[in-house]
Design a protein around this ligand. Structure first.
Ligand code: PHE
Length: 357
């Protein structure tokens, strides 16, 4: 019996040394120490040993069992460590490798400028009002005091959605892509006036949006571009309000030290009309390449809303006056950053776009 136990111990120790993985180790345990394992079976036979030898053999069997259990724990710990070590090697990360920067999205420069303009006017109490890109000739021209055949139409070469005027088809019913955001003035005034036609509420809105002109694409002109229209209509609005509003806006947008010049101009839908210049950002009025040696940069058109336009919008020009202005965010962005070619805006070239924001 004793010899059998010794042989079993030797065999078990040898097998244990060969176990390399936790799987093999579990098998070893079942084989030798399990409920039906070799040692358990052998120990059951201790009862058959003659009584006088039994305590000695019993004690010896227990010693073998404890020795095997201790050896097992030691081996298990060694295998666990080896396996962790191997896993760390396999999944090793080289923390010294350069990282891969995630590509971060950003607003298009025109959108950034639009947001900035909207933000400044929002603080002055102007609501953002959106009007349609596809218009009738009636709204884009006629209701703005530009009748068919008016020479002002030549300034805004038009994309017609319907084909060229056909015999008998009135010019005024043509569908077109708006050439400016000014038709939104009529839509907005009519919507506001509809609230109370006898006593229409005051209007204070800006109308941002895309405009389209059938032009040669050059560094200075694109066939599509944004405009931001402004419109204020009320009972006592004067040219001083227009000037104050524009001046405040320009100084917020371009710097408190900006100087402004209102130059008399003509638009059929405003009277009087003006164009607004500010002193050149680059040379501060000295004369340079950006301002073409004049010292001034033209930034918007404006004026007092023409009585005909007020009436077309549902506001009685006897009791109401208003001012309007229109500017191009692309042009403003170009002036601000010294961009020399408007075609960059819609080319989707990341080398350009990534410079903003
Ligand atoms: N609609 C004019 C343009 O496109 C700009 C403008 C708007 C002028 C409002 C005066 C008042 O050139």
């Amino acid at each position: 019996m004793r010899a059998e136990l010794q042989a079993l111990q030797a065999e078990a120790m040898e097998a244990l040394a060969r176990a390399q993985t936790s799987g093999e180790l579990a098998e070893w345990r079942t084989r030798f120490l399990g409920r039906r394992g070799a040692l358990t079976r052998l120990m059951r036979r201790v009862g058959q040993v003659p009584p006088e030898e039994r305590p000695v053999v019993g004690r010896f069997a227990n010693e073998v069992k404890q020795a095997l259990e201790a050896a097992y724990r030691e081996r298990a710990e060694a295998i666990r460590r080896a396996e962790v070590e191997e896993m760390l090697q396999r999944d090793a990360v080289d923390v010294t490798l350069p990282g891969r920067p995630p590509s971060v999205g950003r607003w298009h420069p025109s959108t950034q400028t639009l947001r900035e303009i909207e933000h400044i006017f929002a603080e002055l109490g102007f609501q953002v009002y959106r009007a349609r890109d596809v218009e009738l000739d009636e709204f884009n021209f006629q209701l703005l005091n530009i009748p068919p055949g008016h020479p002002a139409r030549d300034m805004q070469d038009t994309f017609y959605v319907t084909t060229t005027p056909q015999d008998g088809q009135e010019e005024g019913h043509q569908v077109l892509l708006r050439t400016h955001t000014s038709p939104g003035q009529i839509h907005a005034m009519r919507e506001f006036a509809a609230v109370d036609p006898d006593n229409p509420p005051p209007v204070r809105i800006i109308l941002p949006g895309m405009c389209y002109r059938h032009e040669q694409i050059t560094p200075r002109s694109e066939i599509q571009f944004h405009q931001v229209e402004g419109l204020a209509v009320g009972r006592h609005i004067t040219m001083a309000d227009l000037k104050g509003t524009v001046e405040y806006f320009v100084r917020r947008m371009f710097g408190a030290e900006r100087r402004l010049r209102f130059r008399a101009s003509h638009f059929p839908f405003t009277e009087p009309s003006a164009e607004v210049d500010m002193d050149c950002l680059l040379c501060r009025g000295e004369g340079c390449r950006i301002c073409k040696q004049t010292g001034w940069l033209e930034i918007m058109g404006c004026g007092m809303v023409h009585p005909v336009v007020l009436r077309n919008g549902g506001y009685d020009p006897q009791h109401y006056t208003g001012f309007a202005f229109g500017m191009g965010p692309e042009r403003i962005t170009m002036l601000k950053y010294g961009i020399e070619d408007i075609r960059y805006f819609w080319q989707n070239d990341l080398r350009f776009l990534e410079q903003f924001g």
